[in-house]
Write a protein that binds this ligand. Structure first.
Ligand SMILES: NC(=O)c1ccc[n+]([C@@H]2O[C@H](COP(=O)([O-])OP(=O)(O)OC[C@H]3O[C@@H](n4cnc5c(N)ncnc54)[C@H](OP(=O)(O)O)[C@@H]3O)[C@@H](O)[C@H]2O)c1
Length: 348
């Protein structure tokens, strides 16, 4: 499989590591070898029809150098798609977003949106890690260009964009086929799971945050997680993909975890459960009501016993009953492994 990789940061370079390390297993079990015919980062791009060395590329990126050293400074990822013949685009570029007075503002889903649009337009399947292109109206556009909109169209997969390794999107759209989904509940953000667990154990918020940052779970600026926007973005993607509703971020009622105080924590302790920043989708008259807010989950709730470093999602359905997925520690490679999983599912 000749692939182009756009974005070789944490997710992209870990994907390169996994593809290199798993090559013997992939050949033996699936009869497949992934060949990197092009790679782009913010500094430029490199390409080679015979394949670029995966481990050397990953090493180069770990050393904070640009892949352009092996190719062309200034050649962008879009131009790279023109320059090479490839079977697949792995997209792992940044999803810039910040929170302002009017709510969350993204980067218009760029550069991932243009890259996915260009690849799908050429009939090339796309596996994405970034959320940005899928939450700001891009989902409908990309779906229309891909197998989501027309059978036989080039495939578009993005399971890693929602909780990395934890199966969420794929369970929703594939494994619950033909069901009516009557409610979705998700603890979809690891940072807030950890913070709220520590606060439940008695740590004040600043102490819990410092600990989560020290452990590399919370970002130096945790706003998008703590204010609920990361969970809301994931909920929007789930709603589009699994519930089949054309949701956008502006339709989600978002309440972050800053209001979680002693009273809510005491109620959670008394229930034997926990508090989570819960993303929910419930049917209303026309489509689904989408919300993210702190909720007390008692011990008998499927997500009420999640550990500090666990995420989970519950689908309540008519045909399949209640389906719960829980995932623990993923390591740095969860989203990267999900990209491999998506690519393999296309080949099968
Ligand atoms: N990290 C996670 O655990 C995780 C989990 C799920 C989903 N995601 C999503 O996956 C995506 C990648 O995340 P990450 O953590 O790998 O981010 P990252 O470490 O910031 O890496 C982003 C990469 O994209 C490159 N890049 C920036 N602008 C570009 C452009 N115009 N064209 C081509 N490449 C460009 C960067 O280049 P330089 O190397 O030159 O800076 C870098 O290699 C994000 O959208 C994120 O939301 C991440």
């Amino acid at each position: 499989v000749r692939f182009v990789l756009a974005g070789a940061g944490h997710v992209g370079r870990t994907l390169l590591d996994i593809l290199a390390e798993r090559d013997p297993l992939l050949r033996e079990r699936y009869g497949v070898h992934f060949r990197c015919v092009g790679v782009a980062d913010s500094g430029g791009a490199a390409h080679a029809p015979g394949g670029l060395p995966l481990r050397a590329l990953a090493e180069l990126k770990r050393a904070r150098r640009s892949v352009a050293e092996l190719g062309t400074h200034g050649l962008g990822a879009l131009a790279l798609l023109d320059a090479v013949e490839a079977d697949l685009l792995f997209e792992a570029t940044p999803s810039p977003a910040h929170v302002g007075p009017g709510g969350v503002r993204g980067g218009g889903g760029e550069p991932g949106l243009s890259l996915a649009r260009a690849a799908l337009g050429r009939g090339m399947p796309v596996v994405m890690a970034s959320k940005g292109p899928l939450v700001e109206g891009g989902f409908a556009e990309l779906a229309a260009l891909s197998d989501w909109g027309a059978p036989g169209g080039p495939a578009l997969r993005f399971s890693g964009a929602v909780c990395g390794a934890m199966p969420t999107v794929n369970v929703g759209w594939r494994d619950l086929a033909a069901a009516r989904i009557t409610r979705v509940e998700g603890a979809l953000n690891l940072t807030t799971q950890l913070l709220l667990s520590r606060m439940l154990a008695g740590a004040p918020y600043p102490e819990a945050l410092a600990e989560a940052q020290g452990a590399g779970v919370a970002e130096p600026d945790p706003t998008l997680d703590v204010e609920g926007w990361d969970a809301a973005s994931k909920l929007v993607i789930l709603a589009n993909a699994a519930l089949g509703v054309p949701a956008r971020l502006s339709q989600v009622t978002v309440e972050g975890m800053r209001g979680v105080g002693p009273e809510l924590l005491a109620r959670a302790r008394a229930s034997g459960g926990r508090v989570s920043l819960l993303a929910t989708a419930e049917p209303d008259a026309e489509r689904y009501r989408l919300a993210v807010r702190p909720e007390v989950l008692p011990a008998d709730h499927p997500l009420g016993r999640l550990g500090a470093r666990e995420m989970g999602v519950v689908f309540r359905t008519d045909l399949y009953g209640t389906v719960t997925v829980v995932s623990g520690e993923q390591g740095p490679g969860g989203a990267s492994a999900a990209m491999l999983r998506d690519a393999l599912s296309l080949l099968r």
